[in-house]
Write a protein that binds this ligand. Structure first.
Ligand code: SF4
Length: 518
């Protein structure tokens, strides 16, 4: 059987503001995982439109397309094309799961949720000549998942060919996130066995890994065993984790000891009310949640800076107005302590921030950027709050008549597609771009780097932040020459703090990297 698997380009990846490096990072692991279920004599091609040209003049029998919201129109056009040519077209992914009826108009079969149970069933049905038109995932396990078909991935087209996923979903329930909707109807967080995860890591060549799990630390027992197993493998790796998991005693130390060098952290906002509104409870102190619930039940709103427990989350003792806002905001977990703990363990921070929540006014951009710079956060990712269909946040906005339109191409977290509470859509979009500009100014990068006490972390901060944002023209040349993988040794050198490998000693004199498990 001839099978073609396609990851169509996101609309933002084809815009004039396109940053090729951002879309040349990771290969399409989801499709390569599905390919592993095919028979050895099936002929399969895997095409990622972000890094290669998609030719449309072939005649596969089965076409599989992974659909995201901003690639939906492109995906449907490709699907319609192949259906006209007589192929059977299967659509899956986040957007298909959110709006299966919309997708079904362009497909012979749609897949809702993850595919570990539905995809093998579909292949059986398809080969038997009676495929269904809709498959909904119910059974959630990674136990019998075959090894990913990495042979289908053109490694040299990606900066991070060694991306890996060892779990699915996340234990949390943030309102703006796709997670709850995508995994509805079954478990929404589950992991591989530790042995299977370690075997997968072992199969990957080189040193660098990037875990693409939504929350690698989501199951502390699994994570601790994984990190123990990775010790001595000589890996350098990056991943995503939540504020509360970083504070879990011992876990971060284990991660750092086996090579964690940078972590994507969803801070999202420096307002406790915003966090509560979006049910991002893992970023809040428990006392705040209880008090807020009580006050809401009594019909009262909790003042933004209600100090249930006075926070002490800044690096400096002399509080600027920006830091005072965070400090007095006793509802949030101690973000400053989270960042200090990461830095003390030699882990760089990629902070994620979302603008446009109901407590945000026009001052939010400057306050957030200033706070992030003062904390020495190495890189930041900013987003405009976006109501993805089928999420709880979308439901709220629809009920309040606050959705601006349904042009999915613009649901890219760079455009405002709903009515914000305390500013205009234009102010929100302008502020979003200003935040990027301000955070990545030379002065801000230098200030952030020099917030660190020692030279090696300062240099690493400087190299990492500027490499990511200041040499766009160079990245473009490298990517066009299809040489992006050659930059991997440089990335490894920077992550490794230019070869520094002695144990770290924090300001209190304890040896952090040896604190656990020895
Ligand atoms: S923690 Fe992250 S992945 Fe988990 S539900 Fe919240 S936003 Fe989604």
């Amino acid at each position: 059987m001839k099978v073609k698997m396609i990851l169509p380009a996101l609309t933002e990846a084809t815009s004039p503001l396109f940053r090729p490096v951002k879309y040349s990072l990771f290969p399409p692991l989801g499709l390569a995982t599905l390919a592993a279920y095919l028979d050895p004599d099936d002929e399969v091609a895997l095409v990622d439109e972000h890094v290669e040209k998609l030719s449309l003049d072939d005649a596969p029998e089965l076409v599989v397309i992974q659909v995201y919201i901003t690639s939906a129109y492109r995906s449907y056009a490709i699907a319609d094309h192949y259906r006209r040519r007589g192929a059977f077209v299967a659509l899956g992914g986040l957007h298909t799961t959110s709006l299966p009826d919309e997708a079904a108009a362009h497909a012979d079969a749609v897949f809702l949720g993850p595919g570990e149970d539905t995809w093998p069933q579909f292949l059986k049905d398809f080969r038997a000549g009676h495929p269904a038109s809709r498959y909904e995932s119910r059974v959630r396990t990674l136990v019998a998942v075959p090894p990913i078909r990495r042979d289908l991935i053109r490694r040299r087209l990606y900066l991070v060919p060694n991306s890996i996923v060892v779990s699915r979903g996340c234990p949390h329930v943030c309102d703006f996130c796709y997670k709850e909707a995508f995994f509805s109807g079954g478990k929404s967080f589950y992991t591989q066995t530790v042995d299977a995860a370690l075997a997968e890591i072992d199969r990957l060549p080189g040193r660098h890994l990037y875990f693409l799990d939504d929350h690698l630390f989501g199951n502390p027992k699994f994570a601790a065993a994984l990190f123990d197993g990775m010790r001595g493998m000589g890996r350098l790796w990056q991943a995503a984790g939540t504020v509360n998991s970083i504070m879990t005693p011992g876990l971060l130390e284990k991660a750092a000891a086996c090579g964690l060098r940078s972590l994507f952290v969803g801070f999202e906002t420096i307002s406790a009310e915003n966090l509560a509104e979006q049910r991002k409870f893992q970023n809040l102190r428990r006392g705040f949640i209880v008090r807020r619930r009580e006050m809401t039940q009594n019909g009262n709103a909790l003042p933004e800076n209600a100090a249930v427990q006075k926070g002490n989350n800044t690096r400096q003792s002399s509080a600027t107005p920006e830091l005072a806002t965070v400090q007095s905001n006793g509802g949030m977990r101690d973000y400053g302590a989270v960042i200090r703990r990461l830095h003390d363990n030699g882990v760089m921070v990629n902070g994620s921030f979302v603008f446009g929540m109901d407590n945000d006014d026009e001052s939010v951009f400057e306050r957030t950027v200033e706070w992030a710079v003062q904390q020495g956060i190495e890189t930041a990712t900013f987003h405009i709050l976006t109501p993805y269909p089928s999420t709880a946040f979308y439901g709220r906005m629809a009920a309040a008549n606050r959705l601006a339109h349904s042009r999915w191409d613009l649901y890219d977290t760079r455009h405002c597609v709903f009515k914000p509470a305390r500013m205009t859509p234009q102010q929100l979009e302008d502020g979003y771009w200003r935040a990027y500009k301000d955070f990545y100014r030379w002065g801000a990068i230098l200030r952030g780097a020099w917030s660190k006490p020692e030279l090696p972390p300062r240099l690493r901060h400087l190299a990492y932040a500027t490499g990511w944002k200041k040499f766009e023209f160079l990245w473009n040349l490298i990517i066009r020459a299809k040489q992006v993988t050659r930059m991997l040794p440089l990335l490894e050198t920077i992550l490794d703090e230019f070869g520094r490998d002695e144990p770290r000693v924090n300001s209190r004199g304890s040896v952090l990297s040896l604190a656990v498990g020895e």
